[in-house]
Design a protein. Structure first.
Length: 90
């Protein structure tokens, strides 16, 4: 999220076929990288699909990449955890 919010990032885009957001990021040396990731909106879609398919469990690959240092980071993390409820709600 820090990279996305920086001046070196393009506007957020969304790929409908994978339900995934992405953006381009330009490093100081001019190299451009495309960053794909999940956010609360994309995870809610994926968790909803898992629930509808009758899967018995799902979750993020890793839980330790969420940051909690600033109020903005805490809000981002809360959104990620809230998306997981999409799986548990029937």
């Amino acid at each position: 999220m820090t990279m996305l919010r920086s001046a070196n990032a393009s506007q957020l885009k969304f790929d409908d076929s994978t339900s995934s957001p992405f953006f381009n990021f330009q490093h100081g040396d001019g190299t451009v990288h495309q960053i794909w990731f999940d956010n609360p909106e994309s995870l809610a879609v994926k968790y909803g699909m898992a629930s509808a398919a009758g899967l018995r469990g799902t979750g993020p690959y890793t839980f330790d990449d969420l940051a909690y240092s600033t109020e903005l980071e805490k809000a981002d993390a809360a959104g990620m955890w809230a998306a997981l409820r999409k799986f548990t709600q029937k």
